[in-house]
Ligand binder design. Structure first.
Ligand SMILES: NC(=O)c1ccc[n+]([C@@H]2O[C@H](COP(=O)([O-])OP(=O)(O)OC[C@H]3O[C@@H](n4cnc5c(N)ncnc54)[C@H](OP(=O)(O)O)[C@@H]3O)[C@@H](O)[C@H]2O)c1
Length: 385
């Protein structure tokens, strides 16, 4: 029996992880859950999965939750950043599912790694902000990191039984998002509602927007660089609108190993949760005869500059990827709040990279400082400063 703590249990990844638990009650139990504001969803999860510890975004929500839970089994209720750390370090949890969105996940995920817990990592921003530190700490504490992102899971699966030194290239696939094939002119008036219409995946707001700008693929390039220790020049991005080939690994002998499957996150989530075994599910099989065609295209880097900005931040190294990530979070939120236009997102990120005076990342404090600087500057710019 594997015991789980889930950070971000009410989100898209978190609830899919709980669906995997629901299908395999004999393999998994839930000891701790962390949500943000959605206490209705959390209460339902508490009734069904009976965790011992839970956390919510703030004290007011914790009090409301406590009042609504009153006559049931005893559950310890925490809140805020400290609450997230309590869930990440919950006693008895063997595997922490890191599924918060954005930079808020960095510290709790790091705390789980500090304790040597295994981590199923969906929260890609953690590796983007502090990849080298996180991987080093995992090596030091013996914490196993298991990728949840479908592309990284694909690479992980395609590399099973192979040596890193034999890899020639990683080919990361991207659906292209809702604006695939659009021109700059067409993009000028897009609304947040249009940007939320992903063709193949049903995901949280931030990752859906990042897919529309192609920043999501840029973040995954950085994630891949750290996770698999691959030089950025050996990571290429292919647009693959059907989202069936989740990524590929090319070896020195010219062999290319691809991982395929229907676009359903429960597949990579279950693989991370049950690794090194594979567990059954009731999802439909991939029907290639029905699909017939799989297409691959180069990304349009002129119309979607965020991908190039991510490569640039990775090349610059040090604090630049942290700056890229924070600028993208501030600009993305400003777009969703209708304060800037879609195409200004990349402009804010570029300005942040240009204004920042980078330095090496030696500790989490370096990361936190660069993140705070970027948020302050970018918030000023999106407010017209
Ligand atoms: N969704 C996908 O298919 C997918 C695929 C690959 C990778 N990922 C990555 O996985 C991560 C999660 O994505 P998602 O789509 O599942 O996001 P999501 O649906 O927006 O869920 C985010 C979760 O984090 C919680 N949360 C957010 N801010 C919080 C805070 N300050 N304190 C406590 N809890 C907080 C939310 O709680 P409330 O809802 O209760 O407020 C929710 O449970 C992201 O890094 C994303 O890039 C997602």
């Amino acid at each position: 029996m594997k015991s789980l703590a889930i950070l971000g249990s009410t989100g898209s990844i978190g609830s899919n992880a709980l669906d995997v638990v629901r299908q395999h009650r004999d393999r998994f139990e839930v000891v701790a859950l962390a949500a943000g504001n959605n206490i209705d969803a959390l209460l339902k999860q508490m009734r069904e999965f009976r965790p011992r510890l839970v956390s919510v975004a703030d004290q007011g929500l914790a009090e409301k939750l406590e009042a609504r839970w009153a006559d049931q089994d005893r559950v310890e209720i925490f809140w805020g950043p400290e609450g997230l750390e309590r869930i990440a370090t919950a006693e008895g949890a063997d595997l922490v599912v890191s599924a918060l969105t954005g930079s808020v996940g960095l510290i709790p995920t790091m705390r789980a790694i500090d304790m040597g817990k295994d981590v199923a990592l969906a929260n890609k921003e953690v590796l983007v902000m502090a990849g080298e530190l996180v991987l080093q700490q995992a090596r030091d504490t013996g914490s196993k990191l298991l990728p949840v992102d479908s592309e990284l899971s694909a690479i992980f699966q395609a590399m099973r039984g192979h040596h890193y030194e034999e890899v020639r290239r990683i080919l990361l696939t991207a659906s292209g998002g809702p604006f695939l094939g659009w021109s700059r002119e067409q993009l000028s008036g897009v609304s947040p509602e249009k940007a939320m219409g992903h063709p193949n995946w049903n995901m949280g707001k931030k990752v859906t927007l990042d897919s529309a700008t192609l920043m999501n693929k840029g973040l995954e390039v950085i994630e891949t660089r750290w996770f698999f220790d691959i030089p950025p020049g050996n990571i290429e991005v292919y647009i693959h609108p059907q989202s069936i080939v989740h990524s590929m690994v090319e070896y020195h002998d010219g062999s290319v190993i691809a991982q395929m499957g229907i676009p359903d996150m429960r597949i990579p989530i279950a693989y991370a949760m049950s690794y090194p075994q594979r567990i059954q599910n009731t999802l439909p099989s991939l029907d290639l005869l029905h699909l017939r065609t799989l297409t691959f295209l180069p990304p349009d880097r002129e119309t979607f500059p965020c991908l190039g900005l991510a490569y640039r931040a990775l090349d610059q190294g040090g604090t630049y990827p942290t700056v890229l990530n924070a600028a993208n979070e501030v600009a993305g939120q400003a777009f969703l709040n209708r304060r800037i236009r879609f195409q200004q997102i990349s402009g804010v990120v570029e300005r942040a990279l240009e204004s920042h005076i980078g330095h090496p990342v030696r500790s989490l404090e370096d990361v936190i400082e660069a993140d705070a600087w970027t948020r302050k500057e970018c918030s000023r710019w999106v407010d017209g400063g």
